[in-house]
Design a protein. Sequence first.
Length: 566
Amino acid sequence: MTRTKLAVRIVTLAVLLASLVGPTLATPAQAAPLLQTVAFSGQELLGRPTDSSILITIVPDATIEVYYEYGTSPGAYTGQTTTATAAGGQAHKTTITGLSANTKYYYRMQYRPSGGSWVARAERSFWTQRAPGAGFTFTITSDSHVNIMLGNAGTWTQTMNNVAADHPDFLIDLGDTFAMDNVTTLSGAESAYLYQRQFFDLVGHSASIFVMPGNHEQEEGWHLDGTALSKPVLSTNARKKYYPNPVPDGFYTGNTDTYSFLDGDQLHEDYYAWTWGDALFVVIDPYWYTTVNPYIDTTGGGESYGGSGDRWDWTLGQQQFNWLKQTLENSHATYKFVLSHHMVGGSQDYVRGGAAPAHLFEWGGYNQAGTTFEWATRRPGWGDDPIHQIFIDNGVDAFFHGHDHQYAYEMRDEIVYQALPAASFAQGFGIYQTGVGYCIQALSGPGHLRVTVTPSLATVDYVATTSGAVTYSYTIEGQTGAGTLGDVDGNGAANSTDALIILSCDVGLDTTDFCPINCGDVNGDGAVNSSDALVILTYDTGTSVPFSVGESGCPASVTPCAGCAP
């Protein structure tokens, strides 16, 4: 039998079988098509994590149908989002809700292009809000500067791979990341922000991303011109599109201002706060409400004219200032971390510095020479204290900032002022020197910070980009035993006038003279007992107010703790 006749008989047999069995039996020519995959300009990027939800943002290059399946064990998916259509070239957002707090979830994307079959992408993971007492890790980057100046894309990639290896719950980027200096169009702004997704996608599929503006994002208020094409508007809208930051929603607090040229809800997403585990995180914005240019020259990028040279022009704006103060006062978190690209004021009109100029301008209240306290005249109606004093009064542990392109660990008034290394280059400005002024340790070279938080200690590691090794490390002690504010002075509010000051009875104090509140192991002797007494201090009168246990004058809300009563 010839090969031709044999082939004809095989085909005839296949047709006969198909007629007997039915249409479900396919010939080789009718087999299921190969999976058709789609490229993504923006892969899965997590954001806005809460105790019960997570947001995922993607940018597919072609239109797809997409859904996510998720569960608490690898490969075992008990939940699924509804199927949605994601347009090609556009950011698409999906919120997974109904999650359990303090839980690690595993998830994967399922998608298909038009007329194609479903494709499962790699499994990823995320955490919902950690509970008090639960340890966790977060990371911080700053000043990648790629496509701005100085920055190197290869070094930035290596830094982000190191961040991914830390398996953080989230990454906070402090800015000078998106190249907006010379951008004048919507497409240019979106290109600048979308370009960075290739780097953030190395981390963002399994760690939530928080971003903030630096000076090169050009969101300074003095650029606003009442149009949709002003630099702050272009930058904010592109940021909102590709990297959604928190909005005030009950879990997060933040900026409630709207601006008519901002997209969607018209919110800024520029300053916000949330609690995670034992830590409060507060992100502040020194740019949008700084409406007068303080720069003497055009160094900052995007400035076509010199400014006032008056560093009092740098401001958070009164609404953000009040929100910052209230947020810190109302938090009883063990740790309080504040983050921004830079402070307001600083050591020159281009800002610079951390601890050394912390007593100046809106940050510290003094004039440029540091000789006259001008707060009341330069910020009338803002209350008695500038930012640094508010940090002191409310137990801020650390202020993390970028802008100076150098690792510098400083301490002033028991507050850490931590300057970030540049994420993709080594050049600094020589501002910090080890052992000089408030600087405990200054180092050069690109890298990022890894912060590991436990109830008793937060460990801050400087991870060098090139080696991936920890170059320097220090710890911040948790503020245990600090108590909880109550309305001690009877003014109708629980605030800083009701502050609790810890005293140890080991130094000879008689506990029968005081009303112990929320005792903890203050003196570190391993036990909660009378040696850990707390004394109430009311700032309204400037005097200690001693209460004997059970004395009628002791506020009803104050209850002696077990083991503390004499």
